[in-house]
Design a protein around this ligand. Structure first.
Ligand SMILES: Cc1cc2nc3c(=O)[nH]c(=O)nc-3n(C[C@H](O)[C@H](O)[C@H](O)COP(=O)(O)O)c2cc1C
Length: 178
């Protein structure tokens, strides 16, 4: 699956609020190329942490799928990296929106995640459920920030170097290279 033109068919789509997942997305992009796209909402979430936690909990409870500003033509891609933080131990509603509104068939999905230390929750299970006709590869997951405790961007400095090492092993393992 390697080849000079492969990077033209890779999409790296990510959702990030405090830039941890964005940092991982940029590291992946630097390594394998492709198109790097931030997932943006029509109505951005509140800046206040308590307010976003409550809103996401309510959206998760009702199954509300927030409308997206970002439009992607996924037909152009074979491999789609999907990057997201863990929110309320679930896949964030905007990512549910994205996967729900796309007709994702026959793609290779490479999920990556940052979280506040409680892991992936049901995120990957939800991705598999929303993309039943695509191959979902092994997930890359690392600890990022903890906004609750005032820790915003944690993947910087030495930690960023460490995460880059872990990323390289993961990319080798899932056999994606430039
Ligand atoms: C609304 C919200 C809910 C969160 N819920 C969880 C959670 O359930 N488990 C967890 O480990 N971290 C949780 N976190 C922390 C984030 O997953 C973590 O800080 C992540 O690195 C943020 O990524 P970002 O910087 O790309 O936004 C939550 C953060 C927010 C804003």
């Amino acid at each position: 699956q390697t080849g000079e033109n492969m990077s033209e068919k890779i999409l790296i789509l990510y959702l990030s609020r405090t830039n941890n997942t964005k940092t991982v997305a940029e590291l992946i992009h630097r390594r394998i190329g492709g198109d790097l796209v931030a997932l943006e909402l029509e109505n951005p979430y509140p800046k206040n942490y308590r307010a976003i936690v409550d809103q996401v909990a309510e959206e998760n409870r009702t199954g509300y799928l927030p409308p997206l500003k970002t439009q992607v033509d996924i037909d152009k891609y074979d491999t789609i990296f999907i990057g997201f933080p863990t929110w309320g131990m679930q896949l964030p509603p905007p990512m549910k929106s994205f996967l729900n509104h796309q007709d994702i068939k026959g793609k290779t999905i490479a999920p990556f995640n940052t979280n506040g230390g409680y892991g992936l929750g049901s995120t990957v299970k939800t991705i598999r459920k929303l993309c039943p006709e695509s191959e979902v590869l092994k997930v890359f997951s690392v600890r990022g920030g903890s906004e609750r405790d005032g820790v915003y961007l944690a993947i910087k400095g030495d930690r960023k170097v460490k995460v880059e090492e872990l990323l390289e092993s993961w990319l080798d393992e899932i056999q994606i290279s430039k």
